[in-house]
Structures are given as C-alpha cells and as structure tokens.
Design a protein around this ligand. Sequence first.
Ligand code: SAH
Length: 368
Amino acid sequence: MKTILFNLTDTELVEFITKLRQPKFRAKQIREWLNRGAPDFKSMKNLPEKLRLDLDCIAQTLPVRIIKRLDSSDGQTTKFLLELNDCEQIECVLMRTSYGNSVCVSSQAGCAMGCKFCASTLLGLKRNLTVNEIYSQILVAQWELRNDKFSDKPIHPNGDANNNDVSHIVIMGTGEPLQNIENVIGFIERANSDMGIGWRKITVSTCGIVPGIKELTKWGRPINLAISLHAPTNELRSEIMPINNKYKLEDVLDAATEFSNLHNRQLMIEYILLGRKNKDDETELLNSTPEHAEKLSTLLKGKNCMVNLIPWNAVDERDFAAPSGNAVHRFQDILIKNGIHTRIRRERGQDIGSACGQLRLNNTKGTK
Ligand code: SAH
C-alpha cells in the first residue's frame, strides 16, 4: 500500500525522504505542496522529475483521491467524489457564491441516522473520517480554486472574498458530525489555525444529537450551528427522522438555543419541504401545509433563528415528492407573517445531484 505523505509528521517525512537518499530540504518542499492540496507529484514543480516519478510509485499525496468531478452548468458548483485509502467513498462540494467560496464537507463515510428522505444513509454507516480526511476535502477545494478554470471570470464581480480562497466551511455533507465530534472539532481547530478560516464562517449541521450539541457549547468556539428540524411535531419528526425517538424536538431546540445564545449567534433551522404523490399523481404535503407552518412558528417564536426552507432534492430510492413552488411560498409567507426570519434555499448544482449522498450512492450502484 502506498504511503500517504500528508499523514506523516514532519520528522517522519524527513525520514521518508532521507531513505530515498534525498536532501532534507525536499521534505519541506513536499510539505508546502501538501499544504496547498497538491493531488499528485507531477504538480510539485520544484522537485526533480526522477524523484516525482519515484514518489508516484510508492506514495500518495493526500488521504483522498478525486475519482469523479461534476461541474454544474453555471460553473458555480463543483462536486467531487473522493476515494479514501480503504476504498470508501465520500463527497465534497465547492460552491462559488457572492459572499465567497464555500465548501461542504463530509464527516463520515455513510451515515447511521436513517433519515427517510436522505440518500447518504441508504447504505448505512461505514466509518468515521479522520481529521486528515476531513481537512483534505478543503484542500481539494482550495487546489481547485487556485487552478480554477472558472476563477479568471469572476461570477460575482462585487463579491468581497478573494476569489481564490476557501472562505466558508459547512459540515453538511455525508454523515452526522456530532457522531464523530472529536475529529470534527479537531478539523475545525485546524481549519481555523492553518487556513485562517474564522469561527463564524464555519457551520456544523446536525440532525439533533443533544449530548453533542452540549459538548459544542462546552468547547466554546463561536461557530454556527444548524439544526435539521424538518417537522414541527414529535410525532411527524419521529416518522421521518428516527433520531427523534431518542432526542425530542424540544430538547434539541433547548440545547441549540443555549449554544447560539452563548455566542450571540443566529441559530440556523433547516426545513426540507416534503410531499408525497398520491394515487392520482397529485402531491400531498407531508410537513409543509399551512398548519405545519403555524406550528413551526409557535415552536420558534422568540428564538434568534433563521429558517432555511429546502425544497426536497429527489432521490430515486425515496418515495417523496417536492411540493410546488406555490406551496413553498405559502409556507414561507406564514412564517414571515409570524415574525420568523425565513429564506428559501437556492438550489445549487441540482443538475449534478448535489443532494446529500447522491453522487456516492449513484456511483456505488453503478459499480455493483
Ligand atoms: N447529518 C447532518 C448533516 C448532513 S445532511 C444533518 O442532519 O444536519 C445536510 C442537510 O441536507 C440536512 O439538513 C439534511 O436533512 C438535508 N438533506 C438530506 N437529504 C436531502 C435531500 N434529498 N434534499 C434536500 N435536503 C436533504
């Protein structure tokens, strides 16, 4: 098996390079390339060609390898399917937006949470990702931006962010971050210290693991917290999100509010709008009737929060349907009338299957 150089300490890297009868400074040069996200040795332009070829036979740069990439037709979203050393696959998504470059990273290979609308959980949980495996996802995005075919024609000329840097991170890819909290915290600390990404530009999204939220509160960094709520009552939430049988809606919201209040941050509430086709092929609203909107308003009244309404992104294996645009706007109007900040999440990269876990799932299906 090839040695993954990114996983070596500085001392180990020097040892590795010395064994190849190379001067020590080569280790420093390689480290710089690794920290920039170099996906292969041929990119390491200041190494002699012979060494690059030798390294290629015995080593790998990062603990993730790009096996597929998809660009949305507008060029704003790029989705990567990455392979880990044990052949597990994960996804990460780079979104070039008006406020900067945001990367959505995975925290686990697969997911154990069993949410009924989600593709990530269909094959169950394979394993937790290491800090290096999570961090490598932002390096992949960073390398992409620096060598970006889209970056010489900025899409948002008025955007304040440097076009070539990752500026925001959302831990919203495959997996439940609070089930892998130690490595997720390690990753965030490192993204902050090594890449200079501010706490407030990092968002952790959870389906509602109460002890994990409390641990984030104890940890004390002012990051953003997003709760995947998706239903305004325990009965309905338990039906679509099995985790609700363990941690009730009110307890999740209490823990999340405590976290956000501590840092004076707005809590993000994610709410997928779900429907189901009936036998006449009409879409019946599952969690998105005006009544649900009223209930959700009551639940969130007085909280410093922002509701992100997400039209469901279709997954073949899941028998839901997205409500019509009218139903979505009616739902939003009721929340706004009740004084709840609400926005409809812009669909990014729909043409490249950007919903959680879709690319990984489709690729696995294709190879079986
Ligand atoms: N486990 C974490 C983070 C991963 S999921 C969590 O639950 O928050 C990231 C977000 O995408 C969650 O809000 C999840 O509910 C949502 N999601 C999953 N599948 C989706 C789909 N098919 N369409 C739209 N949103 C989806």
